[in-house]
Design a protein around this ligand. Structure first.
Ligand SMILES: NC(=O)c1ccc[n+]([C@@H]2O[C@H](COP(=O)([O-])OP(=O)(O)OC[C@H]3O[C@@H](n4cnc5c(N)ncnc54)[C@H](O)[C@@H]3O)[C@@H](O)[C@H]2O)c1
Length: 380
């Protein structure tokens, strides 16, 4: 396989993680670009040695770059991803895919037309024990899924003086906490369960209307509490918060079928709780006893902990395999998945504003809409 050339736009936390994963998979980081030439040069010095520091447009059109990774604030995702696709580059674009549903729909449409690989790093799919959870709840013996619930809690905005570009709706989008981390949770439980969140009833709260650097009162939510029904008859709920003291990156879900429950905590990714009427187990990652899907993602033997970087590497490996072989790998999250979570986010905001249940648009790309839900019952 010829070595792929990579361009990284964004020199913050995620730029560095993308570059690290790209190298671990055997690609060459040809260039980085940031908000200024100075920040790009600093990245080259600190973690992108051997790369060139370029302006964004020069990076996107660079002949040696096959894949452009966009690791920039949310308002830049749509214009830069559209530009990279137009320039014929494969794209990895961070979540949320765009500031709103219309932007995500436009990008997914451009990606579809281009035939290029267009991926979104919903990387929690790549923890081996998430794959194990999926294999167990979707096994024929598991029975119907009745209940999906959980939370994604962080504390990095829990003081009123905490701030970030995400707090500005112009850069982060109309939804903050839900688009930022709720999107990960929804993608993950839909991937594991095979169900689609179909109708939502949401409450949101902005804990602090005044934050430093915000242009006026903060309009985006710190907390979302969402009840939902799925297309295949399950019910569920999720609490999303960026103001929960003590919780750092606690993505947790539990899924109950007729015969088994599974519980996964992203902060303890080497274990999976498996519940049954005859007893419960805390399964430790051991490729010798896992399903083939989970064993495949186990790159280290049991007792040698894997984590976030490994999940990221596995995601990037799928993306580059798609780029090199032309066929998308089924588990690889694409712009279609970014579009899907944008539709859920829009339904959550609409529900919170109207105080009613709202139906998530039909996930046919051409038909994707958000409309007020009637008292309809999902099919089981
Ligand atoms: N998939 C995940 O697990 C995950 C985790 C965290 C963040 N993210 C996403 O990654 C993206 C970046 O987040 P982050 O935490 O790295 O942010 P960050 O603030 O650490 O970095 C953002 C970078 O964008 C650069 N930038 C700003 N304006 C620019 C411009 N006009 N042109 C070029 N570069 C510019 C900045 O220089 C900075 O280096 C966000 O969309 C976020 O939602 C994803």
């Amino acid at each position: 396989m010829t070595q792929l050339g990579i361009g990284i736009v964004g020199t913050g936390m995620m730029g560095r993680i993308h570059a690290d994963a790209a190298r671990r998979v055997g690609a060459r980081v040809v260039a980085v670009a940031g908000s200024s030439r100075t920040s790009a040069e600093r990245a080259v010095r600190e973690w992108a040695g051997g790369s060139a520091a370029l302006e964004v447009e020069d990076l996107i059109t660079h002949p040696d770059i096959d894949v452009v990774h966009l690791c920039v604030p949310n308002h830049l995702h749509e214009p830069l991803a559209a530009r990279a696709l137009e320039a014929g580059k494969h794209v990895v674009c961070e979540k949320p895919l765009a500031l709103d549903l219309a932007g995500a729909r436009a990008l997914a449409g451009s990606a579809r037309t281009s035939g290029l690989t267009a991926a979104v790093p919903f990387i929690y799919r790549y923890h081996p024990l998430v794959a194990e959870a999926r294999a167990r709840v979707q096994a024929g013996s598991a029975g119907n899924i009745h209940l999906i619930h959980g939370s994604y809690l962080q504390d990095w905005l829990s003081n009123p003086e905490d701030t970030n570009w995400r707090v500005d709706a112009g850069k982060g989008g109309a939804s903050r906490a839900f688009a930022d981390i709720g999107s990960h949770w929804c993608d993950l439980v839909e991937w594991v369960s095979g169900h689609r969140i179909q109708e939502v009833s949401a409450l949101t709260k902005t804990a602090y209307a005044d934050r430093p650097g915000a242009a006026g009162a903060v309009s985006t939510e710190d907390i979302a509490s969402v009840a939902f029904r799925t297309d295949r008859g399950a019910v569920g709920s999720v609490v999303i918060s960026q103001v929960s003291p003590g919780r750092k990156n606690r993505l947790w879900f539990e899924i109950s079928t007729a015969n088994v429950s599974v519980g996964f905590d992203q902060e303890q990714p080497e274990t999976l709780w498996v519940g049954g009427r005859e007893g419960n187990r805390v399964l430790t990652r051991d490729p010798n006893i896992l399903s083939p899907e989970a064993a495949e993602l186990s790159t280290l033997p049991a007792g040698h902990p894997q984590g976030y970087h490994d999940a990221f590497r596995a995601f990037v490996a799928d993306v580059y395999a798609s780029v090199s072989g032309g066929a998308a790998v089924d588990r690889m999250p694409t712009f279609e998945d970014g579009l899907r979570t944008a539709a859920i986010t829009e339904a959550v905001l609409a529900s919170a504003e109207r105080g009613t249940w709202v139906r998530v648009g039909d996930f046919s790309p051409a038909l994707l809409t958000v409309s007020a839900a009637g008292a309809s019952q999902p099919e089981s």
